[in-house]
Design a protein around this ligand. Sequence first.
Ligand code: SF4
Length: 128
Amino acid sequence: MLDTILGAHEKIPVYAEGELYRIIRLHDHTFHLYYGYYEDCERENPAIDPMPIYPDFLKNPQHTSDGFPFVTKMQDACQHYKGNKDRFSECAECEYYAHGDELLGICVCPQNRLKPTTENHLDREDLV
Ligand code: SF4
């Protein structure tokens, strides 16, 4: 009875790989997040259920129309990290991290911002 009241018998739903987790609209971008695995070894481990997969912006950079790079909270810090370096080395701990939605945000570091080369064109070669 107490278990029922506390919900101890409720099963946590397990989502299948490839199922849509959420659609996040942030600035002028739309991100479709699906359940999956970050590593093949996770897929082979029966104790690990599919999890929401966030974009890898280090591999595939994306920017707002103003030139600010999208980052995830768990992204490895870059050379322009500002904050307590002894604590963590992820974007979430950096003073330049601007929270967006869930684990997505943007980096407002002026060094990482794409510089416009013409009025409406951003030069990707200026990426740090
Ligand atoms: S400057 Fe930007 S990319 Fe670098 S650690 Fe901070 S938030 Fe992340």
